[in-house]
Design a protein around this ligand. Structure first.
Ligand code: HEM
Length: 536
């Protein structure tokens, strides 16, 4: 009897292995033969000649290596951080190489080895849209719900973002946008400026006390302080008087984000493995649960305490107003938890990283540091900036625009056509994903002129349309229907922080600073930004 059972078990295991192997082979066949052939024929039909589509089998490590190369933007003092600053290569040499190889057209069909895992479950064909301005223009104006975030990417990001605004499509996304976006319109953001100032003053006081303790000039890595600042801003904006609870949620979310980022960039990701109880999955599940519990705890406290005019309140009201059916309670909780997570994650890393790059560029360009400081001092005269003062800081705005041009935290945008569509004169078949490389468009000499790789905020003296040939090529906050809804908040946050830092400190690059932009969920300084800071 035992033998029969063992034999049966062995047969079962054998069959499962065979089915699994066949599944893998079918997937490989589709990825390497069917999809490339389909795409190649699609391009040929559209008369796209020139070099045949290339399949880039590089992995994310290679991409990271290229990002880690220095760029011309930095002119470090001779002798400091030697080899890394003197190199005259560009920010994204790999993209640059593609551009040189294939010209400014729809250029290559990509199958990034790890990007596939980064953004998709299974293999995905991506059309890289470069400078074809009709295409980018049409994408910008496209409001169709049939053009959204790649579903495969959303799947991968589900543990982190759930089905919140960033990670959903169609009518579910549209509803969430209607609820959340108005809370971040400029008139609302203006009212948040004193909250934002509180967070910035905390950071300024921290640096002042370090200088007092250590004397004269301090050598600090600012990136973590900036993360705390932007986390604090989002906590206050989201959770109002409950913002201190935000801190714990924020730490757990950061841990989950790091875990996800590692998983996404791992070269050995297996399709669908998020359901397998591996160690990292178990950690992710535990964090997900803890975050949900913490958010719902804040929600309960808020409901007992009464009304507050903040983002959490609006999300709560919308969730509850939409249904009176108590059996929908779990759905309501999910809506609240997912959207709190989305706002947090969308607003925290991006703002911190933008502030880091801005300060790095101001440290490397002391003439601009002096220029912007003079403007801030003239407008504020020692007072804490208010919304109107911030609005009038023209030089500072130009510096921020230039910094976001050179170091767009979100380096590329992905969109999937959910039905056959047409952009410019390119037919995009259903299920093809378009990848718009903001980082490349932002530095194309044809769009920005021969100094496109140089830090030159003066190019924005007459606004974005004065700075480049086609204003829609400037897309640090994305384009089209899915444009960033937090951009007003982000700009006020950056201006407030930089204005307060500039009016209290002078700073330069520390010899410790190593220029190494790296592509994680955002383009970050791999080793942070080290500055020498002294009180004015
Ligand atoms: C400098 C800071 C920021 C940058 C560079 C930035 C950039 C972007 C970009 C490029 C997108 C579009 C992504 C895509 O199309 O795939 C986006 C979307 C989004 N951003 Fe931001 N963002 C910043 C700050 C913020 C802040 C402070 C918040 C909220 C408090 C926020 C909330 C969002 C949300 C909710 C979306 C999704 C919109 C949608 O899908 O409809 N962002 N952001």
């Amino acid at each position: 009897m035992a033998e029969v059972v063992v034999e049966f078990m062995l047969k079962m295991i054998g069959s499962i292995a065979v089915v699994g192997l066949m599944g893998v082979l079918v997937r490989l066949y589709i990825a390497l033969v069917v999809k490339p052939a389909r795409l190649r024929s699609m391009l040929t039909k559209q008369g796209i000649t020139g070099p045949p589509p290339t399949f880039v089998l590089g992995n994310i490590l290679e991409l990271n290596k290229s990002l880690a190369r220095p760029n011309t933007v930095l002119q470090a003092p001779p002798g400091e951080c030697p080899s890394e600053h003197s190199c005259s290569s560009v920010i994204f040499p790999l993209f640059e190489q593609w551009r040189r190889q294939y010209g400014n057209e729809i250029l290559i069909t990509l199958k990034f080895h790890s990007e596939v895992y980064t953004f998709a479950v299974g293999n995905m064909q991506i059309l890289c849209v470069n400078s074809q301005h009709e295409i980018v223009r049409d994408i910008k104006t496209c409001t169709s719900l049939d053009f959204g975030k790649p579903e495969s990417q959303n799947q991968v990001l589900r543990p982190l973002l759930g089905e919140g605004i960033i990670n959903s499509n169609g009518s579910s996304w549209a509803h969430q946008k209607t609820v959340i976006a108005p809370q971040l319109y400029m008139d609302k953001v203006k009212g948040m400026s004193s909250l934002i100032a509180d967070s910035a003053i905390t950071l300024v006081n921290l640096w002042k006390s370090r200088i007092e303790k250590e004397g004269g000039t301090i050598d600090i890595n600012i990136h973590d302080d900036l993360k705390c600042f932007s986390g604090d801003v989002i906590s206050r904006v989201c959770f109002g008087s409950n913002y201190s609870n935000g801190e714990e949620i924020f730490h757990k979310l950061t841990a989950l984000e790091e875990l996800m980022s590692k998983k996404m960039f791992s070269p050995i990701r297996i399709t669908g493995n998020r359901y397998v109880p591996t160690k990292s999955n178990r950690e992710a599940w535990a964090l997900e649960k803890e975050i949900a519990t913490l958010i719902l705890k804040v929600v309960n406290e808020r409901q007992k305490a009464g009304y507050e005019n903040d983002l959490l309140q609006m999300v709560l009201e919308s969730a509850r107003n939409n249904t009176t059916d108590r059996s929908q309670e779990r759905e309501i909780d999910r809506f609240i938890v997912d959207n709190c997570k989305n706002i947090y994650l969308a607003g925290y890393g991006t703002s911190a990283v933008s502030a880091s790059w801005c300060l790095m560029l101001l440290a490397a360009n002391p003439d601009w540091q002096d220029r912007v400081r003079a403007e801030v001092i003239q407008l504020c005269g020692g007072r804490i900036p208010d919304a109107d003062m911030l609005k009038n800081m023209k030089q500072l705005t130009m510096v921020i625009h230039e910094s976001l041009r050179l170091y767009p935290p979100v380096f590329g945008l992905l969109r999937e056509a959910f039905k056959d569509m047409k952009f410019g004169d390119i037919n995009v078949p259903k299920s093809v994903t378009i990848f718009i490389k903001a980082a490349t468009l932002h530095t194309d000499p044809e769009i920005w002129g021969p100094d496109s790789y140089k830090f030159n905020p003066d190019r924005f003296a007459n606004g974005i349309s004065g700075a480049c040939k086609h204003p829609y090529f400037y897309m640090p906050f994305g384009i089209g229907a899915r444009v960033c809804i937090g951009q007003n908040l982000a700009m006020v946050e950056l201006k407030m922080l930089l204005a307060l830092i500039l009016s209290n400190f002078s700073f330069s690059l520390s010899p410790k600073y190593k220029h190494a932009p790296i592509m994680r969920l955002t383009v970050e300084p791999k080793h942070g930004v080290d500055l020498l800071v002294s009180k004015l």
